[in-house]
Design a protein around this ligand. Structure first.
Ligand SMILES: Cc1ncc(COP(=O)(O)O)c(C=O)c1O
Length: 455
């Protein structure tokens, strides 16, 4: 189906209202334009609905759980209802727990801290560092990058079948890559994990904002995501799934809220009875507003309907792919092939350009915010670029010398709030830059490429 047919298709809904849609930014070449936020994969703008819900609740904000006052009770209800809303959004099983964390990184570190003794972990090298690194204290097997979804399943099956010790095991897998946007065969990987007696956690940081995620349909044991990528940037994340492992583990943080009863022992020590609900891993005063915002986003996306959201996003993906199809200098990065199903996240390199230079020009000359670098997935980007990119800092760009060949990549990402105009502007800006070059001079400052305004 072509872009023009889709545009006329009623199933392509209007973008959802988000904050910042009227914000203008200065161009180095003069004047101002509305900012085209095309870095949703890093952090998406807040949905207007989320912002309004938070603003309406804010005057009623109060301490949760033990507070006796009216607003404390209201806030406690709201916090616990947020848990139920998230459980519904994720299609959780009866008895599953929803733990509010700070982010996906926090959620996966929590699970890593809850692994039973002797647990073996299996993770593809293609994961975001948040999924790749938390298991380093366990016995972890890093699986090679697959070249197709089928090979991913076969690789996992082989690794699990080759286990010598049949103790607990965990597979950690992403739902959608933060680099290529490609969808991973989660259901098949879950089936393989379970067939070999392993459990599986889904990193849904990039999947949940774009696709319905059902713990039951996918048959995953846990799922993790971040509020700030789900249009709810208030510092809250989620780990949801089985109580097993979580209930037996030491609390992630020790403190109030996680403990049911604390007593002094005769020998002068302290005994603690920990909760075995989600509260066990939520010590300290919880982020009520963050949890409420996440629940509000879950409701807003569900009400908008994922069918129409997905249709719109795929329409935007095709706009980018079709729009740049006749620019041979642009190479999109992909593990599973150009036609593999993906969310609105695309990374590419431009022949003859340093990616940092290109991204800087998109920002300074067109008011378009994309991302350049290695996207906290160094092994994957290294594989995709077929080179050993220089790294500077965790997510930093290599030294950017304008005009050099790329050592890293550029990522454009969008979602439910993206208007057509942002994607159209991006496509014509890429074409213009490739054809005519940058109109401004750039220099390297603190490892980043910035417009040279010294003249
Ligand atoms: C696939 C994936 N997993 C995990 C994370 C980590 O998310 P957060 O930074 O919110 O912890 C990201 C962030 O970009 C991601 O893209």
């Amino acid at each position: 189906m072509s872009v023009s047919t889709l545009a006329a298709d009623q199933s392509v809904c209007a973008p959802l209202p988000v904050l910042g849609r009227d914000v203008t930014v200065p161009l180095v070449t003069g004047g101002e334009v509305t900012y085209a936020a095309l870095d949703y994969a890093a952090s998406a703008p807040a949905l207007q609905r989320v912002w309004d819900d938070v603003a309406a609740y804010a005057p009623y904000y109060g301490s949760v759980h033990r507070g006796a006052g009216y607003l404390s009770q209201l806030s406690t209800d709201l916090f616990e209802n947020a848990r139920r809303t998230v459980a519904e959004f994720l299609g959780c099983r009866d008895g599953d727990q929803v733990v509010f964390t700070r982010s996906t990184t926090d959620s996966l570190n929590l699970l890593a801290a809850a692994l039973p003794a002797g647990c073996q972990v299996f993770v593809f090298e293609t994961e975001h560092h948040a999924s790749l690194l938390p298991w380093r204290n366990a016995q972890v097997t890093y699986l090679d990058a697959p070249s197709s979804p089928r090979q991913a399943v076969e690789t996992l099956e082989r690794a699990l079948a080759g286990r010598h010790v049949h103790g607990p095991a965990l597979v950690c897998v992403t739902g959608a890559s933060n680099v290529t946007g490609e969808l991973w065969p989660v259901r098949e990987l879950a089936a393989a994990a379970h067939a070999h007696g392993a459990r599986i956690v889904l990193d849904a940081a990039q999947l949940a904002p774009h696709h319905p995620v059902s713990v039951q349909d996918l048959d995953v044991d846990w799922v993790a995501f971040s509020g700030h990528k789900l249009y709810a940037p208030f510092g809250c994340g989620v780990l949801a799934g089985r109580g097993a492992w979580l209930r037996q583990a030491e609390p992630y943080l020790a403190g109030g809220g996680a403990s049911r009863k604390v007593t002094r022992r005769a020998d002068g020590g302290v005994d603690v009875e920990w909760h075995d609900s989600a509260a066990r891993h939520e010590a300290g005063s919880p982020n009520v507003i963050g949890a409420y915002a996440v629940a509000s986003a879950c409701k807003a996306l569900t009400e908008a309907g994922f069918d129409t959201l997905v249709a719109r996003e795929q329409y935007l993906v095709r706009k980018v792919r079709d729009g740049l199809a006749d620019v041979p200098q642009v190479r999109f990065l992909s593990l599973f092939g150009d036609d593999a199903p993906r969310v609105g996240v695309l990374s590419f390199v431009v022949e003859g350009w340093n990616s940092s230079h290109f991204a800087a020009a998109l920002s300074a000359e067109y008011g378009i915010g994309v991302r350049d670098g290695l996207f906290c997935a160094h092994p994957l980007v290294r594989t995709l670029l077929g080179s050993d990119p220089q790294t500077q800092g965790e997510c930093g760009a290599p030294e950017a010398a304008p005009g050099e060949t790329s050592l890293n990549a550029i990522r454009v990402s969008f979602g439910a709030g993206t208007p057509d105009e942002h994607v159209d502007r991006f496509v014509s800006a890429v074409k213009e830059l490739v054809r005519d070059g940058a109109r401004w001079n750039y220099r390297t400052q603190d490892g980043r490429c910035v417009p040279d305004t010294s003249a």
